[in-house]
Unconditional design. Structure first.
Ligand code: HEC
Length: 191
């Protein structure tokens, strides 16, 4: 019992320490004055999410370098080092509402009519090519979009544990491989 209390107090100290890093005294007071429930929800967010909430998803320029660095540090790569996997497996992930659901936000899928929350990805691989830089950019945006677009609504598939590094490499192949149906078949709804 005593041990549990000790562990709990250490954990809350750590949480408090993390919150302290991002909120000034005045900001913390504002959060606490918003009511107990509000403060609870707000303070239990991860520090990066809390920062986005506090600034309504528009981070001030002086916070950007540290934020981007921290987000970049979360990115992990496939064991075999290959950033392009199997495009067929990637398609099954991209076009599955219960898996990555990419098409709901992005136009370009030959299987489903895409949404327009994010930019169109139509013929992405034909337009950008398959250079090392393009592979890396695409992989990293899917793994943790916040490393490029701080606070964006796009899910952070790797950082949040929604997809494994290998699954992300499969999705990268689906977008980039010139033989992928994403690049050989017309997008649903294209004119
Ligand atoms: C909830 C909506 C949403 C989902 C789901 C989503 N994205 Fe995005 N995506 C966005 C938005 C919005 C942007 C643009 C970033 C910004 O400006 O906020 C973006 C940007 C991108 C970019 C960069 C585009 C460019 O022109 O450089 C790629 C690549 C991308 N998404 C791929 C994917 C893939 C692959 C998936 C599924 C694994 C996916 N996205 C799921 C919303 C989404």
């Amino acid at each position: 019992m005593k041990k549990a209390i000790l562990v709990l107090s250490v954990l809350s100290l750590v949480a408090w320490g993390l919150a302290q890093r991002y909120f000034s005294e005045k900001e913390l007071q504002l959060i606490q004055n918003g009511g107990k429930a509000y403060a609870g929800v707000f303070q239990n967010q991860r520090p990066d999410q809390a920062l986005c909430s506090l600034h309504r998803n528009r981070l001030p320029a002086d916070l950007l370098p540290q934020f981007l660095e921290e987000q970049r540090a979360l990115i992990k790569y496939p064991q075999n080092g290959r950033l392009m996997g199997d495009w067929k497996k990637g398609g099954a992930i991209f076009n599955n509402l219960q898996k990555a659901n990419c098409f709901s936000c992005h136009f370009g899928s030959p299987v489903h009519l895409g949404g327009d929350v994010g930019p169109s990805l139509e013929k992405y691989g034909l337009k950008r090519g398959q250079s090392e830089a393009v592979q890396r950019y695409t992989y990293e945006v899917i793994y943790n979009a916040w490393a490029y677009f701080p606070c964006t609504v796009m899910y952070r598939f790797g950082a949040q544990g929604l997809l494994s590094p290998e699954e992300i490499a499969d999705v990268v192949a689906y977008l980039l491989d010139p033989e992928s149906e994403f690049n050989t078949k017309p997008a649903v709804g294209s004119r």
